[in-house]
Design a protein. Sequence first.
Length: 295
Amino acid sequence: MLEDLFSVVKTRFNGDSSDDAPNSDKTNIPKGLVFKCPRCSVNTIMDEFTSNGKVCPKCGYHARLTARERLDITIDKGSLEEFDKDMISCNPIDFPDYEKKQQALREKTGLRDAVITGRAKIRGEDIVIIVMDSNFMMASMGSVVGEKITRAFEYATQERLPVIAFTASGGARMQEGIVSLMQMAKTSGAVGRHSAAGLLYITVWTDPTTGGVTASFASLGDIIIAEPKVLIGFAGRRVIEGTIKQKLPDDFQSAEFMLENGFADMIVERKRMRRTLAHLLKLHKPCEKGGWNNV
């Protein structure tokens, strides 16, 4: 059902290495020395690209970050107290080779699963942070991802802290069947209790945020921010067009489309993200009687 949407995701992840791509440089350049932008095909020295926050200096394309890279540019140095860092998934429906695939990804990425949660600070402001990493099974939401996110919200509710979640996911994890789908309700319930306590939740959509993650906690933020031109959606374009029997706009499921139609509150470039989050946190500082000010 999602094959057309995932084809877009795969293209963004792998880039266009075709010799026929516009402005293509056919010179044999050692791998890892330059970054070739999948949007404008311009080559940038890797050190320059990395120092620019993995943003193309030509067209502003925001490449994907690992969870650790995201934390490095977002929170105060040394402030992370990670939650549940040793939690791993079992194989609830005996999906073939699921354990082997997870172990291979743990060795490759250094992650135990597709999300990092913890308590941290942004410019001195205490928060609970959630960061998903698309390098681990496309940050699909299985039992561990759902449990860690739920526990993070429960901790934030108990400690009366705001939550900031950087979402990036292909949706529910098919290898865990109905257990994966249950995480949508579980995480949403935890967000609801956090909201009922009068606490702030900021969602930051990164590329891509799709499927059951979009349909649950990723769309429940009090303030929803998106990076420029990221892919946001649930089902794929072809499925939706076949269902509603209408042609969708060319920019459908982009951050800009979501902003225009009221699903997002603002689009923020990566270089301004930390400053923007810190500003929002200060605007919603706790009042003397508890809760958060709606400034």
